[in-house]
Design a protein around this ligand. Structure first.
Ligand code: PRX
Length: 634
């Protein structure tokens, strides 16, 4: 494995060198990949002008690096071990050669539908192999994929399809999800009533359910794939050509389509995966995320394949047929490297330990976590019961915007510290700033987490709205990328992420913007106004709580909660449902009319001593009224 960091001393050297001369560092890394044409300039642009470019003048294709390169060297190595929702269902295996053939078939199908370089293709699927091959097929022909998680509603899907002006939508008839099925095609049909850009819908027959196919628009993907050629030349992509758009929530407005580009993202996904997970040639990796999220993009669809590794892809959920499924899958495939989210760990920790102990977990070598801060109890349980105290844990901090892991230990190479993401990856310079924007140099320290220099994997823009990209990430602390997270740094320079400092809530590792939920609630005819905050939740990490002003003063909060949750499910999806609702006559507001969510958060967590100065509120008297409303509800 070329240039893998294999000792702590080497990490230090690489890290120091990478910051001293970032261009030399990345140029050396980039040499180990395949290019149609070498780049002229390693990096240009900066955070002030927001015109960052990597490897300009170069041409490559990420699928050549993820597939063809390995097919040349080891065509029969297993790339994907696909485990279906039903443990007794038919498994599927793809060697690198077979995976390339399937990707090429799909690429030819897309071309036949008139998809050209730069066109957007939206995927609304479950974790079927065709989601992976479809995404890679887009990359093969230079189309831009935009995957929408299969748990989002028709309205949420429509919003994303409209925003990225997708030409083709790919879906399944239905998805299996544990003992349930999800009507993906029906939801797609509903969503597409509003989407004028969509010329065709490719539907995978998966469960075999009868679904409505619209004449002239919808085609069965299975038939098209069967008759398509397994040969398709890769498109020559400029380094900065877009690779994908992925929507994520922020503190304000509707979800943002973060756009990632070809070469820089490729290097970032590949290099971080290699250094952090430290996989051997015969190791088996499994990331339990869904390709609908960034983790599934960087560390299922791209990172492991770019490194020529073997991985499990899982269609199901951790609790079906019972809560021992993860551990059974690890035993079945002899998984050595397992990557999951703290919320899953906490949920499974709460179950009978026999479900863990019945499985042989001796194949495990490395454990990973991602998506939210991990609490010490969950970390300890993961370490002791799953890793049997012999597997380093990589707590990987990153974001949809960063494209890949930014802060994490390197398994077995640098130290794992409970609940700490620990150290930055080469070429990443995290900085902590205080609320006045001053950089905190000393250690230990606590502040808002920013990143100092551009890195190859960073999103380049928000699709169609570069100004919003600037406003969101680069205006709070000019010259720096602001992550939206708070962090602590210990005396040795290790980072511990403390969570979001903005109005984004992290529910089971999924980002939900409170403004987005409020917008949905405020659509309700019986709600005048609402404010939504995150509250601690034992399993989900955080849950949503709503403070609502109903039109009818005598409304009952339980009924309101039920009605509002139906609406949220329709507007966004079940993941954004509220756990709690309180009826209030008014919301605490600043004199300029902004809702003071900070005050609501303090009231909800009963930290009444630290409410701060409420006298500057437009309506300070409301604070006691809300405290009282909370008391009488609980
Ligand atoms: O708050 C941080 C949290 O997840 C946010 C990013 O969410 P998203 O873009 O959906 O990507 C999730 C998967 C990378 C961050 O702003 N987060 C992510 N990883 C960690 C984390 N918080 C603490 N520790 C982590 N390891």
């Amino acid at each position: 494995m070329k240039y893998r960091i294999e000792s702590k001393a080497q990490y230090q050297t690489f890290y120091n060198n990478s910051l001293e001369d970032r261009e030399a560092y990345w140029s050396e890394r980039a040499e180990t990949y395949e290019w149609f044409k070498k780049w002229d300039k390693v990096q240009s642009g900066n955070f002030n002008e927001l015109n960052v470019k990597w490897f300009e003048g170069g041409q490559t294709n990420i699928t050549v690096n993820a597939l063809d390169r390995h097919v040349k060297n080891h065509p029969n190595k297993t790339a994907i071990l696909w485990e279906p929702n039903d443990p007794n269902g038919e498994t599927k295996t793809f060697t690198y050669k077979e995976l390339l053939e399937e990707v090429n078939r799909f690429a030819n199908v897309l071309k036949d539908q008139g998809v050209q370089k730069g066109d957007r293709v939206c995927f609304y699927m479950s974790m079927v192999p065709e989601l992976l091959t479809g995404v890679l097929a887009c990359a093969r022909i230079g189309a831009v994929h935009s995957v929408v998680f299969g748990g989002f509603s028709a309205k949420a899907l429509a919003g994303r399809v409209i925003d990225c002006e997708a030409k083709v939508v790919v879906t399944n008839d239905q998805a299996y999800r544990g003992s349930k099925t999800i009507e993906l095609k029906e939801i797609t049909n509903e969503a597409l009533k509003e989407c004028a850009s969509v010329k065709s819908v490719l539907c995978l027959r998966h469960t075999g359910a009868k679904v409505e196919m619209i004449e002239g628009r919808d085609l069965w993907l299975n038939d098209l794939l069967r008759s398509a050629s397994t040969e398709c030349d890769p498109e020559k992509m400029n380094s900065e050509d877009p690779l994908f758009i992925l929507y994520t929530s922020g503190s304000t407005g509707k979800p943002k389509g973060l756009q990632h580009t070809t070469a820089g993202y490729m290097l970032w996904a590949a290099e971080t995966f290699k250094n952090i997970f430290q996989m051997g040639d015969d190791d088996i990796y499994w990331c339990s995320a869904d390709i609908g999220w960034i983790t599934g993009h960087s560390y299922i669809a791209y990172g492991p394949l770019l490194n020529g590794n073997t991985q499990v892809m899982f269609e199901g959920i951790p609790t079906y047929p019972d809560s021992g499924r993860f551990w059974d899958v690890i035993e079945k495939y002899k998984v050595s490297h397992f990557y999951t989210a703290p919320t899953a760990i906490r949920a499974l920790q709460a179950c009978d330990i026999e479900l863990v102990n019945r499985a042989d977990l001796s194949s495990l070598k490395v454990l990973g976590t991602v998506g939210e801060p991990i609490n010490v109890e969950a970390w300890t349980w993961y370490n002791e019961e799953i890793g049997k105290k012999k597997c380093p844990i990589v707590d990987t901090w990153w974001q949809t915007e960063t494209g890949g892991i930014m802060i994490s230990s390197l398994a077995g190479v640098t130290e794992s510290i409970p609940c700490f993401a620990t150290l930055p990856q080469p070429a990443i310079k995290p900085v902590l700033v205080d609320t006045d924007g001053r950089e905190i140099q000393s250690n230990p320290a606590e502040g808002n987490l920013c990143i100092e220099f551009p890195w190859p994997g960073m999103a380049r823009t928000i699709y169609g709205d570069h100004e919003r990209y600037r406003q969101t990430y680069f205006s709070t602390y000019p010259g720096k990328y602001f992550t939206g997270d708070g962090a602590k740094r210990d005396a040795d320079g290790n980072y511990r992420i403390t969570g979001r400092v903005d109005d984004v809530v992290n529910i089971s590792g999924h980002r939900i913007g409170t403004a987005e939920v409020e917008d949905a609630i405020d659509e309700h005819e019986s709600i005048v106004e609402s404010a939504v905050i995150g509250i601690p939740h034992e399993i989900k990490g955080e849950a949503l709580m709503g403070f609502m002003i109903p039109t009818n003063k005598d409304a009952n909060s339980k009924e309101i909660l039920k009605k509002v949750n139906e609406l949220i499910t329709e507007e966004i999806g079940p993941i954004a449902k509220l756990d709690r609702a309180i009826i209030v006559p008014e919301l605490p507001k600043t004199r300029s009319g902004k809702i003071m969510r900070r005050v609501l958060r303090k009231i909800a967590s009963n930290e009444l001593d630290s409410l701060g100065d409420t006298s500057t509120l437009l309506n300070p008297e409301i604070v006691d009224v809300i405290i009282e409303a909370m008391r009488s509800e609980s």
